[in-house]
Design a protein around this ligand. Structure first.
Ligand SMILES: [Zn+2]
Length: 284
């Protein structure tokens, strides 16, 4: 079988046996693939500093003989180490959450150039941006759009009124559409709230190409509202846990480096819906 030569970003690394590693990549030509790197745990030369989380690589691997089998990774060249994503805790939890989302929203050997471009942009932006959590929110928003689950955030899906500053909104997990507080007057739904400010930021974010997203300024409140709503929506779509969310909350939401004007005291919290209450949401 032909050797696969492709560019890829490492989504996940796991030890395998005494000396091998299992690596999951998102690649340009094959989409998500998982390969085995023989001897990579002990190799001092061949794979050193390459098969690490979030690295951008040129990889050479042998495709599996069976459809569900593992690729055999024979060589890797480093294109970008993204070292600060593994040394700074806030960048690390941000990158880990994005990679977790990519693992869950993609399938094996189903390449999408837009998804690859988004992941490549996200890893670079996380290294450079002062506020990594806004990169997480914007990446999650675009990932949902590319995957076919673009949230509809311009009007209330029930009364059909355009979003307004006098209302607050919830993103309905079943449809990805909004419900205003007037249409939920009984208060029967308990979901993360989205303010008009956050919704306008997200709508602008949806319309902008990746390379212009850094112009959007997110307050701490907007980051928390965005991440919380997109998380609950994604849980419903995936019907499975997103494990790194807990770490993102406990480290990320609790961190002290809040943008000016927002303190821990005035940051919002939310109670996840009853069927999601096994997930710990830390109070900021
Ligand atoms: Zn309404």
């Amino acid at each position: 079988m032909n050797l696969l030569k492709t560019h890829g970003i490492v989504l996940r690394v796991a030890k395998y046996g005494e000396s091998d590693k299992l690596i999951t990549f998102y690649t340009t030509t094959a989409g998500r693939i998982t390969g085995i790197a023989k001897g990579a745990q002990k190799s001092k030369r061949r794979f050193v500093n390459k098969l690490e989380e979030f690295t951008h690589l040129h990889i050479y691997c042998q495709p599996p003989r069976a459809p569900q089998g593992l690729f055999f990774i024979s060589e890797a060249e480093l294109l970008a180490a993204h070292l600060s994503l593994r040394t700074d805790v806030h960048r690390y939890v941000s990158a880990a959450y994005i990679c977790d989302l990519f693992v869950r929203f993609t399938r094996d050997s189903d390449p999408d150039p837009q998804l690859y471009a988004l992941l490549k942009w996200a890893m670079t932006a996380l290294e450079q941006d002062k506020w990594p959590y806004r990169i997480v929110a914007l990446t999650h928003l675009h990932l949902l759009g590319i995957a076919g689950y673009r949230p509809e955030i311009n009007l209330c899906n029930h009364c059909r009124r355009p979003i307004t500053a006098t209302c607050s909104y919830m993103l309905l997990p079943g449809s990805g559409a909004l419900l205003c507080n007037l249409c939920n007057s009984s208060g029967s739904l308990s979901l993360p709230r989205l303010s008009i400010h956050t919704l306008r930021l997200l709508a602008t974010g949806q319309a902008l190409p990746f390379n212009r997203l850094h112009h959007l300024h997110f307050t701490r409140k907007a980051i928390i509202e965005s991440l919380s709503a997109l998380y609950v929506y994604s849980l419903h779509l995936l019907q499975q846990d997103i494990h790194s969310w807990r770490t993102l909350c406990s480290l990320g939401f609790a961190h002290d480096a809040a943008p000016p004007g927002l303190t821990k005291q005035n940051s919002p919290t939310f109670l996840p819906p009853s069927h999601h209450r096994d997930h710990t949401i830390s109070s900021p």
